[in-house]
Write a protein that binds this ligand. Structure first.
Ligand SMILES: Cc1ncc(COP(=O)(O)O)c(C=O)c1O
Length: 459
């Protein structure tokens, strides 16, 4: 381990003994001591006691400006007053009904007004949304095969647990990536119908279509892959996907679980002016509550009404969750909210790029909507394989160094990115930049000593 990282880890351990103890207590009772694998990292995760606005406080009492925001799920910021009030009002009037109520339709209308879909159904997580959307697409087309992209993440159901972050020795050719199953416990039959292509490489998609003529039900894509940092689609790529799907009678599914709320009012569809056949939403549309939705053209979604594809769920449209979602759409994701976030993000991205240039770091900062990241690579990353070239130990020095300076710059893991909430202030951005400016010379020194170290580490 290089000296700069060792120093930051030593300081982290001095500042966070309570987190270390909390993990030791949880360890015997939950695998890795946490509730989701992404929350586990070495030496131990920061345990949080309280959150409010743009801040979290850990169990040792450290106040941290939070740009993690639950993996980008709370663009509203913690405890947004409008969300809290909507949920409190609803709590007195029933939390779960298992019977329809009118707020569901109101929320469906809000979504349909912003996104190019005609009908939606609700669920509780991004995983459920992509699972149901794929099932609907398969039911509609009467086909089974699905094309996904290496490095894209769509949740944890079998069909998409393929080539999420495969190890280099399993990659295969970039124009025809191998199908690499990402977890044990998934029957072969569940993943056999998943085909893999390379993001920003239309030829790799065309090849899968040609080799599986008439068999592809859908292409599912994160329009801006945000599980490999932030990768922007090159001009023409999403348009090309749209054209290929139309040509081959397959549906284009935009997984907007991350981008949906955060790229702008109409998500990636509006940002890139593309009309997919289906979209999946989750995370920030719920303002801190487990709300997800999938939707599409009326004729596509109609397979549910026809009884051809079955969709159900006890917790679908839990009343408090729908109340939170309505507050988010009406009072958080407003033109003013987006204007504020966009100007904060521009300031942060530009500020980081200035600090990178001044310190001599080989890195760049990139932003999209409410999201941004610092990527320790020499040029703009285009796909999963390039993302695997980032210097992971340098990134760890960055992350722990920022946390030690009171700023959680993004979730732990170098495949993530920061989120700015409507509750982040200009002062929060200034503090983020001040912390990075303080840390950058040490990062540049470490980078010079290490050279461009490639680790290929995924998680
Ligand atoms: C693009 C994308 N799709 C789907 C999911 C799965 O969502 P969830 O964790 O709510 O199941 C995620 C989670 O990070 C995601 O980033």
């Amino acid at each position: 381990m290089h000296e700069g990282l060792r120093n930051e880890l030593d300081l982290f351990e001095r500042r966070t003994p309570g987190s270390k103890a909390a993990l030791a207590k949880a360890w015997p009772y939950m695998p890795l001591g946490v509730a989701s694998n992404f929350r586990s990292y070495e030496p131990y995760p920061v345990f949080i006691k309280r959150a409010h606005g743009s801040r979290v406080w850990d169990v040792d009492g450290n106040e941290i400006i939070d740009f993690n925001l639950c993996f980008g799920a709370i663009m509203a910021g913690h405890c947004h007053p409008a969300v809290v009030k909507a949920v409190q009002d609803r709590l007195e009037n029933g939390t779960m009904l298992g019977m329809p109520f009118e707020l569901e339709r109101e929320l469906a209308e809000e979504i349909i007004a912003r996104f190019p879909v005609e009908q939606v159904r609700f669920s509780n997580s991004g995983t459920e949304a992509t699972m149901h959307a794929i099932r609907v697409a398969r039911g509609f087309t009467d086909r089974e095969k699905l094309i996904k992209f290496e490095g894209c993440y769509h949740g944890v159901h079998g069909a998409v647990m393929v080539s999420v972050k495969p190890d280099p020795e399993k990659w295969g050719e970039i124009e025809a990536p191998n199908r690499v199953v990402a977890s044990a416990g998934i029957p072969k039959g569940e993943t056999d119908a998943t085909l893999v292509a390379t993001f920003n490489d239309l030829a790799s998609v065309e090849r899968q279509f040609e080799e599986n003529l008439g068999e592809v039900a859908a292409v599912i894509v994160e329009p801006v892959p945000m599980n490999i940092g932030i990768v922007m689609p090159e001009p023409g790529f999403l348009e090309g996907l749209r054209a290929l799907c139309t040509k081959h009678g397959a549906l284009l599914i935009f997984d907007e679980v991350k981008t949906g709320a955060k790229l702008g009012r109409g998500g990636a569809c509006e940002y890139f002016n593309i009309k997919p056949d289906m979209i999946c939403l989750a995370k920030s549309i719920g303002g801190g509550f487990p709300l997800a939705a999938f939707g599409g053209r009326r004729d596509v979604m109609d397979v549910i009404a026809q009884g051809k594809v079955f969709h159900a769920g006890t917790y679908n449209t839990n009343c408090t969750v729908i109340a939170a979602g309505l507050a988010v759409f009406r009072q958080v994701l407003t033109p003013e909210g987006y204007a504020h976030i966009n100007s904060m993000n521009t300031k942060l991205v530009n500020g980081c790029n200035r600090i990178i240039a001044a310190s001599g770091l080989t890195a760049y900062s990139i932003g999209a909507g409410a999201n941004g990241a610092v990527l320790f690579y020499k040029e703009q990353i285009r796909n999963h394989r390039e993302w695997r070239m980032v210097d992971v130990d340098l990134w760890k020095q960055y992350w722990f160094g920022m946390v030690n300076r009171g700023v959680m710059p993004q979730p732990f893991w170098w495949d993530e990115q920061w989120t700015i909430s409507v509750q982040h202030s200009e002062a929060d951005i200034d503090m983020h930049l001040a912390a990075f400016a303080d840390l950058a010379p040490a990062l540049a020194k470490a980078q010079q000593e290490r050279g461009m170290t490639v680790s290929y580490a995924a998680h």
